[in-house]
Design a binder for this molecule. Structure first.
Ligand code: GTP
Length: 172
């Protein structure tokens, strides 16, 4: 079981897919339709209950997804226990970025120890979906990642995502 400041989670992915929105929804219960682009990295803390008696703290780091603010270096994620790779289900190109992230993380980190979650966000916009659920789930499975669907806007799947991560960290 790991506890303390070690429980660093990084959230990466294409710009505007909803990384900041997921963190704000999870940690503060907030959401804004006008969420501004992240320029610097920052983190928020989330405490979850992992069994009847124990709490586990997670430190969730947000990053700039847009190229013009891009400042992510391996330094930033080398000590992460979990990487959340987010794409937007209504924007096919954001899934291509997921693949690039998987490649980059596998090259730099020991992925047998890293928890990888691939998250299709904005699932409130189901009518505009460009990536099939089956395709996303099969791809995730093929790279040893767990797949989730979320809507930061409608608060769907967000608790499930972070509960899963907390449980996985707790097991280690
Ligand atoms: P960068 O900081 O540029 O990397 O963006 P980001 O990935 O952090 O995305 P952000 O949370 O800033 O959200 C981008 C836009 O998408 C904002 O206008 C959000 O309101 C919107 N958005 C985020 N999550 C959802 C969602 O679940 N559904 C819908 N419909 N819009 C969302």
């Amino acid at each position: 079981m790991s506890k303390g400041m070690n429980n660093k989670i990084v959230i990466v992915g294409e710009g505007r897919v909803g990384k900041t929105s997921l963190i704000l929804r999870c940690c503060k219960g907030e959401y804004s339709d006008n969420q501004e682009s992240t320029i610097n990295a920052f983190y928020l803390e989330k405490t979850i209950q992992v069994n009847d008696t124990e709490n586990l703290n997670m430190y969730i780091w947000d990053t700039a997804g847009q190229e013009r603010f891009k400042s992510i270096t391996p330094m930033y994620y080398h000590d992460a226990v979990c990487a959340i790779i987010v794409y937007d289900i209504t924007f096919k190109e954001s899934f291509d970025k997921v693949k690039l992230w998987v490649t980059e993380l596998t090259q730099i980190l020991d992925t047998s120890k890293l928890i990888i979650c691939i998250v299709g966000n904005k699932c409130d916009l189901e009518n505009n979906r460009q990536i099939s659920k089956q395709f996303a789930e099969e791809y995730s499975q093929s790279v040893g990642a767990h797949h989730f669907h979320t809507s930061a806007k409608n608060n769907r799947g967000v608790d499930e995502l972070f509960q899963y991560i907390g449980q996985e960290i707790f097991k280690r």
